[in-house]
Design a protein around this ligand. Structure first.
Ligand code: NAD
Length: 442
């Protein structure tokens, strides 16, 4: 396994759990050293235990030497990062580096599997680099096997996938890959490399589109006095639509959706296909984040200078410490830049957030400590810890009982009974739209 990030480490550990011998390599020697000390470089539920179990069983090992990883393997996975470049295209630097390293170390026939999310034609790029840098002539086949796990539930997603996508031109290689995944008992979609690459981008773009769609509808609900919660429940009850990735909030973020939709948009532009939908998905997402900021600004009459705000949640979604492209962290930074005195809390993402913020971020270790003397509470990430907040205790602590519930996780009635003024997302009929004539409590 090349890369022990969120995808590579989960994939490596899960394949070991299924009984394979897995060697994980990463160019980041700090991460490998941590893993050798039985420390996991990031938070993912259940992963530490799974790693420990499989290391103890002798099926999972870590190395900073690519030779050990390549020479000891029949199948080599590339699960390195493919971040967004300055131009919005996927940056393939790490994929290229991995391919060159593997090419130089080939000691026998290998299947090279691209698990990173990559633009269509990257399989050809990897195959070309292998040809260019190899010094031996063993059979090598490049397969595309995109990954669909979600951070926060990556292990159960890997073990119970909706489908396995395998892109290869070689039926024998396809069969070997199918057998590797056979214990999962999942439908396998066997196709060519380019189609497999396209499937991953199309899947992420569609999910992002669902989020942007319901965010736009939520803004309309606010204007027209409708309640988006009931809209989601009723529309999502249609099995053709469903309620997953169909909740309004602060906009999508994370290491995948923003970069993958942008990369597909660039691919589309380059191919001469006008990306109307993709552009709208990205624009709507930006607008949603602006809209949430404006809700808070409006409450304070446009001047946030010196305002004390308790800010709950920094990770891009619950159950992860990942803050890459986090709309929550971005909002916290915007509030600070606008002059607000923000006191933030997150169950596990504080260190990662502090490491990447351009501003001084004051963090405390409980939501109640954050709430002390606050003129507004903002719930930015849908952690279960925040669903279960003791609102009565919070009411005692805050200076002003104003709650911006940007994930719609607080029960409005409970909060209002305690005297909270609650501003949710898309809850027009519940009195959260300041533009609404009959708006209550805003
Ligand atoms: P990550 O940044 O967490 O991890 C990437 C790892 O690759 C890092 O540890 C880095 O040091 C290592 N690396 C870089 N160059 C290397 C090289 N030449 N050899 C060996 N290791 C190298 O990234 P991630 O979140 O795991 O994502 C990996 C890929 O999977 C991306 O293409 C991403 O789009 C895709 N993906 C991610 C998710 C997710 O939820 N994070 C889900 C599906 C697909």
């Amino acid at each position: 396994m090349f890369g022990v990030g969120y995808v590579g480490l989960v994939t490596g550990a899960c394949f070991a759990e299924l009984g394979n011998d897995v060697i994980c390599f990463d160019t980041d020697v700090r991460k490998i050293a941590m893993l050798e000390r039985s420390e996991v470089p990031f938070y993912e539920p259940g992963l530490a235990e799974m790693i420990a179990r499989n290391v103890a069983a002798g099926r999972l090992s870590f190395t900073a030497d690519p030779k050990v990883a390549v020479e000891g393997s029949d199948i080599v996975f590339i699960a390195v990062g493919t971040p967004m470049s300055d131009t919005g295209h996927a940056d393939l630097t790490y994929v290229r580096q991995a391919a060159v390293t593997i090419a130089k170390l080939l000691n026998g026939p290998k299947i090279i599997v691209n698990k990173s999310t990559v633009p269509v034609e990257t399989g050809d790029v990897v195959a070309g680099l292998i040809e260019e840098y190899r010094t031996t002539h063993y059979d090598v086949s490049v397969v595309s096997n995109p990954e669909f796990v979600r951070e926060g539930s990556a292990i159960s997603d890997f073990m119970s996938p909706d489908r396995i996508v395998l892109g290869t031109a070689d039926p024998e290689v396809g069969e070997t890959m199918r057998l590797l995944y056979a214990p999962l008992n999942a439908p396998v979609i066997l196709t060519n490399v380019r189609t497999a690459e396209m499937i991953k981008y199309a899947a992420n773009a569609f999910l992002a589109a669902k989020v942007s769609f319901i965010n736009e509808i939520s803004r309309l609900c606010e204007k027209l006095g409708a309640d988006v919660i009931d809209v989601v429940t009723a529309v999502g009850a249609d099995h053709r639509i469903g309620t997953t990735f169909f909740q309004p909030g602060l906009g999508f973020g994370g290491s995948c959706f923003p970069k993958d939709v942008m990369a597909l948009r660039r691919i589309s532009e380059k191919s001469g296909v006008e990306p109307h939908m993709l552009r709208a998905v990205l624009d709507t997402n930006e607008q949603q984040q602006d809209h949430c900021m404006q809700k808070i600004e409006r409450h304070f009459g446009g001047d946030l200078a010196g305002r004390r705000i308790a800010f709950l949640g920094l990770s891009f979604k619950a159950n992860t410490d990942d803050v890459r492209e986090s709309p929550s962290l971005r909002l916290a930074v915007r509030l600070i830049e606008a002059g607000a005195r923000v006191t933030a809390h997150d169950p596990i993402a504080v260190e990662n957030a502090k490491a990447v913020t351009p501003v001084e971020l004051e963090c405390v270790d409980s939501p109640y400590a954050a709430a002390e003397g606050a003129e507004a509470l903002v719930i930015a990430t849908e952690w279960n810890d925040y669903r279960e907040l003791d609102l009565g205790r919070l009411r005692e602590l805050v200076a002003q009982p104003v709650l911006f519930d940007l994930r719609n996780i607080i029960r409005l009635d409970d909060a209002r009974k305690l005297g909270f003024q609650v501003v949710g997302v898309g809850r027009g009929s519940q009195g959260t739209a300041s533009a609404l004539p009959q708006a209550r409590g805003v």
